[in-house]
Design a protein around this ligand. Structure first.
Ligand SMILES: Nc1ncnc2c1ncn2[C@@H]1O[C@H](COP(=O)(O)OP(=O)(O)OP(=O)(O)O)[C@@H](O)[C@H]1O
Length: 304
């Protein structure tokens, strides 16, 4: 975008995200203005208002900058796709997992520089039933973890809130029986946790699968078979880095379409930390759905 043409951007800031209310943006916004990027700023009261603001302005906008965490950015996925507008991210949340998948450090100055540099990448979008997601959708333990993660807990504990929530969720998790179709191949399994990833990172820097990227046109699935808390804890380091494939207590797959039913019992599904739908669930991926302002995506790199 640098030295090319004038650019009009809408900046949607979620004041409820961890750093959304306090972040100092004036210097960065002045740098955008110097670079020819005119920014209209909107303090979002909720996802519906933010989405409507984009729809109302879609013909005059060149870019939507979203300042918030994964919940906020995910809430804008559908409208960005529908309006075919590029996304830039100001990582103002707690986990900022999409920012990690895009190779952004979490530093605000750097995020503004990335916008000014204007380098673009195309990334995939996950779909579960009629909902879009960037990072990961969960059934089971992951749902219990995000139920423990209230906005207050996140504000107080920061990234450590994910660890705190994990231990609290362990006491509440029950096993589920699932029938799955993975690119047409059928499986029946018992599970305490299923994660279906479009992006690479979730839950504050966990890797869904070391082989996955947000632009590979695939979903990565892992499912944890029922196991003791001790076994689960021994698995934790492998799950943290997405290296769980060879463990017999984990089922892994990569696919473009995944269907999950859980009999007569419906199971809640959370995506990017927000409750979105329930089983029966149909998962798919839209390849190269959204353009984002980001440096070239590194090959399977796991930043510190
Ligand atoms: N577009 C939006 N505008 C206003 N509020 C939103 C929007 N999208 C989501 N929210 C609400 O704001 C809450 C916090 O936002 P978000 O999840 O982005 O920040 P966070 O919890 O600090 O970060 P992270 O998801 O990266 O851990 C969400 O749980 C949701 O209730």
């Amino acid at each position: 975008m640098r030295n090319t043409k004038k650019c009009k951007a809408l900046l949607v800031i979620n004041p409820k995200s961890r750093q959304g209310a306090e972040a100092q943006l004036d210097d960065g916004l002045a740098r955008l203005s110097e670079a020819g990027i005119t920014v209209e700023r909107l303090a979002s009261k909720g996802p519906d208002e933010s989405r409507q603001a984009v729809r109302d302005r879609k013909d005059e906008l060149d870019l939507v900058i979203v300042g918030g965490g994964d919940g906020t950015i995910s809430s804008m996925a559908g409208v960005l796709y529908e309006c075919d507008l590029p996304l830039a991210v100001l990582p103002l949340g707690t986990a900022n997992d999409l920012a990690r998948s895009l190779g952004l450090s979490g530093d605000l100055n750097e995020a503004f520089e990335v916008i000014i540099a204007g380098e673009r990448q195309c990334i995939d979008l996950g779909v579960v039933n009629e909902h879009y997601f960037f990072n990961v959708a969960h059934l089971g333990l992951g749902v219990k973890v995000s139920e423990e993660l209230t906005d207050e807990v996140k504000k107080y504990w920061g990234v450590l809130s994910y660890l705190k929530a994990f231990f609290a969720a362990l006491t509440r998790v029950k096993q589920l029986k699932a029938n799955m179709s993975v690119d047409g191949v059928h499986y029946r399994l018992r599970s305490i946790q299923m994660a279906i990833g479009n992006g690479r990172y979730y839950g504050g820097g966990n890797v869904v699968d070391e082989k996955t990227r947000i632009d590979d046109g695939k979903l990565s699935l892992y499912s944890l078979r029922p196991q003791t808390v001790w076994e689960l804890l021994t698995l934790a380091p492998l799950l943290r880095d997405g290296r769980q494939h060879d463990n017999k207590r984990v089922f892994n797959a990569q696919a473009e379409r995944i269907d999950i039913t859980t009999g007569r019992k419906t199971m809640k599904i959370h995506a990017d930390g927000e409750p979105v739908t329930q089983t029966p669930a149909h998962f798919s991926v839209i390849r190269q759905a959204i353009e984002v302002l980001a440096p070239a995506l590194a090959d399977n790199e796991i930043p510190d």
